[in-house]
Design a protein around this ligand. Structure first.
Ligand code: F6P
Length: 506
């Protein structure tokens, strides 16, 4: 094919895809996230709890789900692939391999992730990664902008896409755009270690709603803006930068509580769950389930478990601790290193504590299916959710929802998990304090049935009052509510130049 014919064919292909993605319906919801749960070939969805909720919201009003295709390529065509499933259109973009390494492995997971989890010691600053992060965001904005209708509401998710709204505004997009951060936001003394800190803050200030899991994260963010003299609070959870007024709020994510409880109850018949039960004898199960991540406090938890058994010899051969830890982000050096360290620590602890007929820790470095997990949670006497820092932690909520109301297990929860703000009827621990966490584990194993029921009932009230649908609804209501117009003369200000990215004139 001649090159001009080839170029024309490519342009026609692009226009076809744009038309397909824009669709007809008015008032669509557009969700943007790095990972996109594309429907499988048989038309089913691969989505987990949170993604199911977003899919539900998309189905209600018709919509577009935009993000990364899951593929890296040597030559990107910058044209999204389109998959249609009912009234939802999925549009996903391949990313250049070298850009993805800078954007995801680099800036997202070696800069934003450690800093947002208060780990200044793990921060790796590299200018090319910073540039790669902003460049990929620009590429995503350029691919998304042509797919948008003027009345679409856009909901952008997580730390991968902080600058996306600013990039879309630069391209003339005047739609309502909301952002929800799925991880914590630290106080300004920690956050200010971020490279391009002001640019990131200004990026966030380009949204109409910026949402966090907890009031503490929202307050930290507000303080960051104020310390940098970017705009000022105007009351009622609103904030103003130049003439742009936006909302900062907390929207704690929930789970499908009753559906999860039903899955757990019926999972008692699951073959894997039955095998596990048979292998336990009369011992009590203590369970921990976390992605392999330094923020989860797995190392400290294993130490606390060992300390618990050492200081409570009556628990020897009476408890088994199952730690399920699927691998994650193995291309990031800190994660690769941790994979060896935790496996070694679990083996070493078993070698020291174990007996011929008792392996105290069963460590699985792989994923376990949703139903089997629910069944294992229900079987467990104790759930250990002890991150050093976590945005929310849905395992804590799923563990509670899975329990048998007549014989509920006990949740031992870190005071540094976002879930702590709602689940304060759990046994709260400081995961850095090994002996205190060990004592809490022993207390949980021995807790009388009345106290277990009382605590569990209190936790379930909290879960039921804030399900996953509630999270979607409250965020979208905040995003779609009218913000009061700001009179020109009423801008206040710090006296310092504000470098917020300007909205493109429309
Ligand atoms: O907790 C933040 C988060 O991005 C989740 O949304 C996601 O499920 C998890 O981390 C896994 O991250 P990744 O996409 O890097 O595997």
């Amino acid at each position: 094919m001649k090159s001009s014919t080839k170029a024309r064919a490519a342009e026609n292909e692009r226009l076809d895809r744009v038309e397909l993605a824009r669709g007809n319906p008015s008032g669509r919801l557009v969700v943007v996230s790095n990972r996109v749960p594309l429907p499988t070939k048989d038309g089913t969805s691969s989505a987990g709890g949170l993604a199911v909720a977003l899919e539900g919201a998309l189905k209600q009003q018709g919509g577009l789900w935009f993000g990364w295709s899951g593929r890296t390529v040597d030559r990107a065509e910058n044209m999204p692939h389109i998959v249609e499933a009912g009234n939802i259109t999925f549009a996903v973009l391949d990313v250049l391999k070298k850009d993805f390494d800078l954007f995801y492995t680099g800036f997202a997971n070696r800069v934003l992730w450690p800093i947002c989890h208060y780990r200044l010691d793990l921060l790796q600053i590299d200018r090319s990664q910073t540039e790669g992060y902003f460049r990929v965001n620009r590429t995503f904005a350029e691919a998304l902008a042509p797919l948008l209708n003027a009345d679409d509401t856009i909901w952008i998710h997580d730390y991968h896409f902080i600058p996306l709204a600013a990039e879309l505004r630069r391209l003339g997009c005047r739609n309502r755009i909301g952002f929800f951060l799925h991880i914590p936001w630290p106080p300004s003394d920690v956050a200010s270690a971020l490279p391009s800190y002001e640019r990131l803050l200004n990026g966030l200030a380009s949204y109409d709603v910026v949402g966090f899991h907890t009031p503490q994260d929202a307050e930290n963010f507000r303080q960051c803006l104020m310390r940098e003299r970017i705009g000022f609070p105007v009351g009622n959870g609103e904030y103003q930068v130049d003439s742009h007024r936006f909302k900062i709020g907390s929207f704690p994510v929930g789970i499908e509580t009753d559906a999860f409880a039903q899955t757990a109850a019926s999972a008692e018949r699951n073959p894997v769950v039955r095998r596990m039960r048979a292998s336990m004898g009369n011992r009590d199960l203590i369970i921990g389930v976390d992605r392999l991540d330094y923020s989860k406090g797995i190392k400290q938890r294993i130490e606390a478990f060992a300390c618990c058994v050492r200081s409570n010899p009556e628990l020897r051969n009476r408890v088994v601790y199952l730690q399920v830890t699927p691998k994650s982000r193995s291309d990031v050096p800190e994660y690769k290193k941790m994979q060896h360290e935790i496996a070694e620590q679990a083996g070493w602890t078993n070698g020291n504590l174990g007996e011929v007929d008792w392996t105290p820790i069963r460590y699985l470095n792989k994923t376990i299916g949703h139903t089997q997990l629910a069944g294992l949670y229900r079987m467990a006497r104790v759930g250990l959710v002890t991150p050093l820092r976590d945005g929310m932690n849905l395992v804590a909520k799923e563990f509670v929802a899975s329990q048998d109301p007549d014989d509920p297990g006990v949740l031992v929860l870190s005071r540094f998990a976002g879930a702590m703000h709602e689940l304060d009827a759990a046994l709260l621990v400081n995961p850095y304090d090994t002996e205190a966490t060990a004592a809490a584990i022993a207390r949980a194993v021995e807790m009388p049935i009345e106290e277990r029921k009382e605590r569990w009932n209190a936790l379930m009230i909290r879960l039921r009052s804030n399900g996953i649908d509630n999270w979607c609804r409250s965020f979208l209501t905040a995003l779609c509510d009218d913000l009061p117009a700001v009179p020109e003369g009423d801008r206040g200000g710090s006296g310092r130049p504000r470098n917020r990215v300007a909205h493109a004139p429309g």
